[in-house]
Design a protein around this ligand. Structure first.
Ligand code: CA
Length: 231
């Protein structure tokens, strides 16, 4: 499910936007001040942001400028500031779109869809990464990078090989000896506990709850399989 973050202090507008977007199947997170907005960006990893400018605590312009230092996710400004200068300023500091209040909720929804489509297409062109569970986990074979949400994860070369091999064929069960063979490059006819300790470390690094893993699943008596869902 795609997550839309709405940073808006007028509750009436929040309710309208939430109702329209939820009807389209989006998950909507709404916060009513700028500080909560910055916090939600970091902790909730939204796919798109609808941003008011005149906000308590931290203005929308500051949020956008800060966001653009690290992220290219689509941002739609929704503001009562309607002069040409204000609109140009908003676009220049990194907004993808600028809607003026009062606005048409249906047009807003259409623009949200359009920006998500475009962002996905551009990303697909530039990225060599595979992504799973709505971008919660990405694995880049070429750059040897693994990200959980937007956080880069430090893996040892062996850990990277294991997650890379497992994730190439989600659902396929690998025995421990198959994994040893693929990771270390020699065949092994036995029960190798070192794989288990690599798996344990991997889970600590990439699973939200290593005791109830989502990505690296144990298949009892056989080995392991990847439980992530490709995007
Ligand atoms: Ca406002």
């Amino acid at each position: 499910m795609r997550t839309i973050l709405v940073i808006e202090d007028e509750l009436k507008i929040v309710h309208i936007i939430k109702a329209y977007l939820e009807k389209e199947g989006f998950q909507v997170i709404a916060v009513t001040d700028g500080a909560a907005g910055l916090n939600a960006i970091e902790t909730r990893h939204p796919d798109l942001i609808i941003l008011d400018l005149m906000l308590p605590l931290i203005p929308g312009e500051t949020i956008l400028t800060k966001l653009r230092q690290t992220s290219e996710i689509p941002v739609l400004i929704l503001s009562a500031k309607c002069s040409e200068e204000e609109r140009i300023f908003g676009l220049n500091i990194g907004a993808d779109d600028y809607l003026i209040k009062p606005f048409s909720p249906r047009e807003l929804v259409a623009r949200v869809h359009a920006h998500l489509r475009r962002f996905k297409a551009v990303n697909a062109q530039h990225s060599t990464a595979r992504s799973y569970n709505q971008n919660r986990l990405t694995i880049d074979e070429i750059k040897h990078e693994v990200n959980v949400g937007s956080n880069p994860i430090n893996l040892t070369p062996t850990e990277f090989k294991i997650i890379n091999i497992l994730s190439q064929t989600p659902g396929q069960v690998f025995s421990r000896s198959q994994l040893v063979e693929q990771v270390q490059g020699y065949s092994f006819d036995g029960y190798d506990r070192t794989i288990d300790s690599h798996i344990k470390n991997l889970r600590q690094k990439i699973e939200q709850n290593p005791n109830e893993p989502l990505y690296i699943l144990t298949v009892y008596g056989i080995g392991y399989k990847f439980g992530g869902v490709p995007d």
